[in-house]
Design a protein around this ligand. Structure first.
Ligand SMILES: Cc1ncc(COP(=O)(O)O)c(C=O)c1O
Length: 371
């Protein structure tokens, strides 16, 4: 059973059929014409709009250009800084995912800004102390280690009160928690296509640019697919209208097809139902773990209060990597993060309560044996 938070889940049963359909009925007979005749050129926006329904974004604000989350974040952070040329600081949480820290460090070097790296608590004080000098804040709604939530609306409002642009990394929230990007007045957001969105290994990332920013946003990765007239082959870059300007180059078509296919059941279920089911699974895990081994609950690294948690749970466990491997041998796939953390993620559509019960039992067993 798959409870692993970094690359979630099995393919849908009919994924191969969908890929075969595109290869046999589109690529093989039409070849290059597929870009125009089969909607391939529009797929980055089509898939973006489907993701948008899960993110609380009206159509035309999300695109899947075909990049990694790291490159997409670079694109977004530089663009955010360019919206605040006169401000010398960038802000990020110390507990951010490593790639976010690395990209923020690189952008700060590239653009001659100073990076403030703050604890979760220090983040708000830094906004208060230096707000008028902060160009952009890079922030995540779910701590990738502990699963602790940061509310998108209030944080965005505090950044805006200081005049800073927000760049949200939604990787651990999209497809499992409501993010309400439009209602929360988020500026820019990115996230992985292969976590709860289920796009499969290496699925491309998505980028959200709020409609109100689209006419002025200046993205550094200005590839030909983001040009107003890509096939005019003009030497100068003229950005396309709307979210199309956030496209880069020729998109990885088959990966987009796989991601699109994975989104079907998620968008049909809707984010509220997905979130309810995720909550029910994680609460059930805690009940089962507590019954089996009350000590396990004392090892919870996530907030005890469900309302303060995202879609996964984390436990402090000595020799976490060893525990991960032992559980894998027993058919339970979860993941470990140094130093001593295991993460258990509950993808709403294919994890069942029976599997959760089984996973809690196996985990208690492995931990008791290693004591
Ligand atoms: C929160 C977060 N941001 C960014 C990334 C990096 O994504 P990519 O490897 O697609 O660049 C990850 C990868 O796990 C992640 O968890």
């Amino acid at each position: 059973m798959h409870l692993n938070g970094n690359s979630l889940g099995p393919p849908r049963a009919d994924l191969l059929g969908e890929l075969e359909r595109v290869v046999d009925r589109q690529w093989a007979p039409r070849q290059v014409q597929g870009w125009f005749a089969d909607g391939w050129l529009d797929l980055p926006r089509t898939v973006g709009d489907a993701i948008g329904t899960l993110l609380g974004a009206r159509p035309g604000q999300v695109v899947v250009a075909g990049e990694t989350t790291s490159t997409t974040l670079f694109n977004a952070v530089v663009a955010a800084c360019r919206l605040r040329e006169e401000r010398p600081l960038l802000l990020i949480e110390a507990g951010a995912f490593p790639t976010d820290l690395y990209i923020a460090q690189s952008v700060a070097r590239l653009l001659g800004r100073r990076l403030l790296v703050e604890s979760a608590a220090g983040f708000d004080s830094a906004l208060q102390a230096h707000g008028s000098r902060i160009a952009a804040a890079i922030v995540a709604p779910v701590d990738f280690r502990t699963g602790e939530l940061r509310e998108i609306g209030p944080t965005t409002a505090r950044c805006h009160a200081a005049g800073a642009v927000t760049v949200w990394d939604l990787s651990h929230a999209a497809g499992v928690l409501p993010t309400d990007l439009d209602d929360n007045r988020v500026d820019l957001a990115v996230g992985c296509g292969y976590k709860y969105l289920g796009g499969g290994p290496g699925a491309p990332a998505y980028l959200y640019v709020a409609e109100r920013l689209q006419p002025t946003v200046d993205l550094p990765l200005s590839g030909w697919h983001g040009h107003a007239a890509p096939f005019a082959m003009s030497p100068d870059f003229v950005p396309a209208d709307g979210i199309d300007r956030a496209r880069t180059g020729t998109p990885p078509l088959l990966s987009l097809v796989a991601l699109h296919h994975a989104l079907g059941p998620l968008t049909r279920a809707g984010i509220e139902a997905l979130s309810r089911r995720n909550r029910s699974l994680s609460d059930f895990f805690l009940t089962c773990a507590g019954e089996r081994s009350p000590r396990l609950l004392g090892q919870l690294a996530s907030p005890g209060e469900a309302a303060r948690r995202g879609g996964h749970l984390a436990l402090n466990v000595p020799d976490a990597a060893k525990v991960e491997h032992e559980l894998a041998d027993r058919g339970v796939l979860l993941d470990s993060r140094p130093p001593d953390l295991i993460r258990i993620a509950f993808a709403p559509l294919y994890v069942s309560h029976v599997q959760v019960w089984h996973a809690a039992r196996e985990l208690a067993h492995v931990l008791e044996r290693s004591r």
